[in-house]
Design a protein around this ligand. Structure first.
Ligand code: PBG
Length: 328
């Protein structure tokens, strides 16, 4: 008589038995080197200004920015992404092009502080500088003029490169922006300045707190140029177009509501993929944690882990410095 052998119970739980074992078999792990800290620097202030909808994040003065950039380098994070908040805004966003404009001087400040020890990146967009708050120049009837805006982006890219930036981040979602900025940089001899393209950038309710952070005066929305959240394939298409035009890194933004897009992009391309864990994603966790409703540190690490697991090689996050400490 042959003995009947029961198939053993398959026990995935066995590999979860101890913390050491879980650590050994973890499939993914976020490292500080992959994190980029977005930072705001504001003209004409003497003290850093808190941003009420983003507890823990401030608008820096030029000098506190330098100190924070130096600290970021110490922590071994991947880089910083700088946003300028000018004292005055106008219809064409002229402060963005002025070599003495806040973002351009802040780039020089940051690079003079850390040299090549940290990647200094800049947001290349007009919305922080325009009085109407749009990412581009407007036509007489108030529409965002794609091609006129491209010329401004080219000049802005040259200004950032002249200020010493390592990488520019065109974020205005104008068609052709990456190619125009690439040519402008190359023609001015800045062939080593890289482009992190905000390629698949969606019109999102989660940008709310950022608009406070940059003192945006935007009325209405950005739906004629940022993507419709219903579309994922279109995100892949935008990414492929940006790579053709010379993007070195492509980005999906926001991150959490678009984890599927991050995955599809990661599977479709052979350049590094970034994702932006944006202001509203930050504020939701901070607000819930402030109420004692969630474990703040665990939620931060789980959030960043999910974005990485979805396929992001690089993550822009307001928690970059703190997470680097937690992940050391
Ligand atoms: C455009 C820009 C925005 C953000 C980064 N770059 C605002 C927007 O597109 O409305 C949002 C970042 C965030 O919400 O954290 N310059």
């Amino acid at each position: 008589m042959t003995e009947h052998v029961e198939a053993p119970v398959v026990r995935p739980r066995r590999l979860r038995t101890t913390a050491a074992l879980r650590r050994m078999v973890a499939e993914t792990e976020v490292r500080p080197r992959q994190l980029v800290l977005p930072m705001f620097v504001r003209e004409d202030i003497d003290e850093p200004q808190p941003i009420s909808s983003m507890p823990g994040v401030v608008q820096h003065t030029r000098s506190t920015l330098k100190a924070a950039v130096a600290e970021a380098a110490e922590l071994g994070i991947g880089g910083v992404m700088l946003f300028g908040v000018p004292a005055t805004k106008d219809a064409t966003g002229s402060g963005a092009l002025d070599p003495d404009g806040i973002l351009n001087v802040a780039i020089t400040d940051a690079v003079s502080e850390v040299g090549d020890a940290l990647t200094v990146m800049s947001d290349l967009c007009l919305d922080e500088f325009t009085d109407h708050g749009h990412c581009g120049l407007l036509t007489a009837d108030g529409r965002v003029d794609n091609d006129a805006t491209l010329a401004a982006y080219a000049e802005m890219g040259r200004a950032h490169a002249a200020a010493g930036v390592h990488m520019v981040g065109p974020s205005g979602m104008m068609d052709g922006q990456v190619g125009v900025v690439r040519s402008a940089l190359d023609d001015a001899g800045h062939t080593d300045v890289a482009i992190l393209a905000y390629s698949a950038k969606y019109a999102s309710a989660f940008y709310g707190p950022f608009r406070e952070a940059v003192g945006s005066s935007l009325q209405g929305d950005r739906r004629t140029y940022q993507q419709d959240s219903a579309n994922a394939l279109e995100g892949v298409r935008e990414v492929l177009l940006d790579i053709e035009q010379g993007a070195d890194i492509v980005m999906v933004k926001p991150a959490l509501a678009y984890l599927d897009v991050i995955r599809q992009v990661r599977d479709a391309v052979d350049v590094p993929v970034a994702a932006y864990n944006i202001s509203g994603e930050y504020s939701m966790v901070e607000a819930a944690a402030a109420h004692g409703w969630i474990d703040r540190e665990a939620a931060i690490l789980e959030t960043l882990g999910s974005i990485h697991r979805a396929g992001a090689d690089v993550i822009l996050t307001y928690w970059a410095a703190e997470a680097a400490r937690l992940l050391r």
